[in-house]
Design a protein around this ligand. Structure first.
Ligand SMILES: *[C@@H]1O[C@H](CO)[C@@H](O)[C@H](O)[C@H]1NC(C)=O
Ligand SMILES: *[C@@H]1O[C@H](CO)[C@@H](O)[C@H](O)[C@H]1NC(C)=O
Ligand SMILES: *[C@@H]1O[C@H](CO)[C@@H](O)[C@H](O)[C@H]1NC(C)=O
Length: 655
């Protein structure tokens, strides 16, 4: 196949109509360098951009055709190559904002306002990394950002710095572990995540806007033409082989014509305004909906501790500011403290939206203004002060993660998964920062093990997802394997859907050893109902005894804006699914039943994943169900054996 492709490439490039990645790179480079072009070059540039152009903004539609992804890889590498060249030629950051923003708009990625906003916020970090990292290449930037869960070779980066292992201490005899003096009373924990409070939320405002996040003051309605084409007209003009593509310019006139017809159909028709209590479309949480949630939790339940799993800030990533971030972080913690009372311990974790700009978490060694992340950690230490020990503060200051006793016998470890997040550019600068974070985690777990403590891990991004660097997911899995008898539970946020994951031992027979519980989210972004959970634990194991999920129906709540939402218990993990306990073994049993004899439980599960959201749950077909099954058992990126096994079982069971 490869030989054929090379032949094909050489053969076809003899004809002017087929364009290779090198030519695309040159075209994009010339555009960004603003070079004067001959009329033939101008025509070529126009045609190439016609194929590369998106019909839909990145954030307004979720279509992920393989063609689109290959084009994204090509565009990303070409733009980064041009950027590298311009920087080497001495361009300053100010020189670069305009050409990058222009190309972002030209390719239909977002509007000028969004493109230039996001680029201005991120550019100084990217150029700093390019200038100071000999190993930085267009390939490793793009390979991380475009990483996919279904294909390890797609747009891949090949950087040996991402190959490392953490050292694990020898297992110890359980007889040698002391039994600490423990509090015998049961523990109740309220768990919530992803508040995404939007201070700009406007009730009855524009919920279908021309920016990535809507329902914000001052936005414009998006014309509804985009729905007419799914971009398939482009598919025939792209010839793919792996992540290499050739563009066939022969079809450009046809593509132009289809797009012209579509744009003529573009019109602004009536669109339902934004709901008062939140909105299923691309909207975050109004302040009053967050307040309602916190007040409702306090008035309905009694709990000893709160786990907050991160992401306080809204999705307006092109216009975040230090001031607003600071204000909202303060608002969230003050609201919880005043409503829950000072005797309720709150243990937070840091989400990717906490930082400025969004997703950027620099290693401790980076101290420059506008680059360092110390400002964030210092700021949170002040705001979270009542909940942190001196030791926790010292740890938070250098890594954004900390560990503290919840009570004798139970330790919470709040880890900072953002250091391994694929959108964090600093990964390219220093891929060993994530290793240092995991080494610290190992050290904390070992210390807990030696003291006979149980541990709850709070981690914003769930294990095994393609949002995380592959090496992190693999090493984290090793750590869970080694410390599975110390880790009593894990809680995750980030995805806004309500899911759980099962870890299996890495040696045969691959038994279920641990569960990571997704918490869901207190935002409707996008197409979800808001939720929180109440979990109970018993000493000395501190394994969850019960986990209950509470929601309201957003459609219904918005029918009566001046009445507070009607919160209710959606389900109780143990009773609703008929499991005898919430151990990894029992959850694995449940999973086996879901794919074989008790398909109704799988239906129930996939209805609860979006928390019965009216715009999601009725639409989960068989593929969607199987995706959900696979997500449960994927704790290492690209490791699909367990998933394949369950899919096989599903298709070979008669029901
Ligand atoms: C990755 O890079 C190494 C060293 O530069 C090279 O030996 C290896 O063949 C490359 N692998 C791939 C898949 O390109
Ligand atoms: C970090 O960045 C902030 C914000 O730009 C700046 O105020 C501060 O001086 C920088 N240095 C440290 C050590 O926080
Ligand atoms: C939510 O409320 C709306 C309006 O009352 C109703 O049509 C819809 O069926 C409800 N959804 C669920 C899942 O009950």
């Amino acid at each position: 196949m490869k030989v054929f492709f090379i032949f094909f490439l050489i053969f076809n490039t003899c004809f002017a109509d087929f364009i290779t990645p090198d030519v695309v790179e040159t075209v994009i480079g010339k555009y960004m360098k603003n070079e004067l072009l001959s009329s033939a070059e101008q025509k070529l540039q126009e045609d190439v951009f016609e194929i590369l152009k998106r019909t839909q903004h990145v954030t307004t539609h979720e279509y992920r055709s393989d063609v689109r992804m290959s084009l994204d890889c090509l565009v990303c590498r070409s733009a980064f190559s041009a950027l590298f060249e311009l920087i080497r030629a001495g361009a300053s950051d100010d020189d670069l904002i305009r050409p990058l923003s222009n190309i972002c708009v030209l390719l239909g990625i977002e509007s000028y306002n969004v493109c230039s906003g996001a680029i201005s916020l991120n550019l100084n970090i990217i150029t700093y990394i390019i200038r100071n990292t000999p190993e930085a290449t267009p390939r490793n930037f793009c390979g991380l950002v475009l990483q996919r869960s279904d294909n390890p070779n797609f747009c891949s980066y090949n950087d040996s710095r991402f190959e490392w292992q953490v050292e694990l201490p020898q297992r110890i005899q359980s007889a040698n572990i002391p039994t600490p003096v423990i509090d015998q009373s049961p523990l109740t924990v309220a768990i919530l995540t992803d508040a995404h409070i939007d201070p700009l939320y406007e009730a009855f405002g524009v919920a279908q806007c021309d920016e990535p996040t809507c329902c914000r003051k001052g936005q414009n309605l998006r014309p509804s033409s985009e729905i007419v084409t799914d971009g398939s007209e482009v598919e025939n003009s792209v010839i793919r082989h792996g992540d290499n593509v050739l563009l066939n310019l022969g079809d450009v006139p046809k593509i132009k014509e289809i797009r012209m017809r579509n744009s003529m159909k573009a019109q602004t028709r009536y669109v339902e305004p934004a709901g008062y209590w939140g909105d299923y479309r691309n909207c975050d949480t109004p302040r009053w909906a967050f307040d309602d949630l916190i007040e409702r939790m306090a008035s309905t339940h009694k709990f000893d501790v709160v786990y907050y799993i991160g992401d306080t800030i809204d999705h307006g990533i092109w216009e975040t500011s230090y001031e607003l971030i600071d204000e909202i972080h303060q608002y969230l913690i003050s609201k919880m403290r005043t409503t829950f009372g000072e005797d309720v311990l709150i243990i937070p974790a840091i989400g990717n939206h906490e930082s400025q700009p969004t997703n950027q978490f620099a290693p401790m060694s980076v101290t420059e203004p506008k680059l360092n992340t110390t400002w964030l950690y210092e700021g949170l230490i002040k705001k979270w002060d009542p909940y942190l020990t001196e030791e926790a503060k010292a740890s938070l200051r250098v890594r954004g993660g900390f560990s503290r006793l919840v009570r004798p016998g139970l330790r919470a470890i709040s880890i900072n998964t953002n250091v391994a997040y694929k959108y964090n550019w600093w990964l390219v600068y220093d891929p060993l920062e994530m290793k240092r974070h995991l080494e610290w985690l190992v050290q904390e777990l070992h210390r807990a093990e030696l003291a006979g403590e149980k541990v709850h891990i709070l981690s914003h991004i769930p294990p095994g997802v393609h949002d995380l660097a592959h090496v992190w997911t693999r090493e984290y899995n090793r750590i869970v394997n080694r410390f599975s008898s110390t880790i009593a539970a894990e809680f995750n946020g980030h995805i806004h859907s309500d899911e759980f994951k099962i870890f299996y031992s890495s040696v045969e027979p691959k038994l279920p050893i641990n569960v990571a519980w997704g918490v869901g989210g207190a935002t409707a972004y996008t197409n979800y109902n808001l939720n929180y959970k109440i979990a109970t634990f018993n000493p000395p194991t501190y394994a969850p005894q019960s986990i209950k999920t509470f929601i309201y129906n957003l459609t219904e709540a918005n029918l009566t804006p001046n009445r507070r939402p009607h919160w209710f218990q959606l389900y109780d993990m143990k009773n609703s699914f008929g499991v005898k306990d919430l151990s990894a073994q029992s959850m694995d049993d449940l999973l086996q039943r879901m794919v074989t004899t008790e398909r109704n439980l799988l239906d129930l599960y996939v209805a609860y994943v979006p928390k019965l959201s009216d715009t999601r749950w009725p639409y989960c077909n068989n593929n969607c169900k199987l995706d959900n099954v696979c997500r449960i058992v994927t704790t290492v990126l690209w490791q699909r054996e367990k998933c394949d096994e369950l899919q096989f079982l599903y298709s070979n069971t008669n029901t």
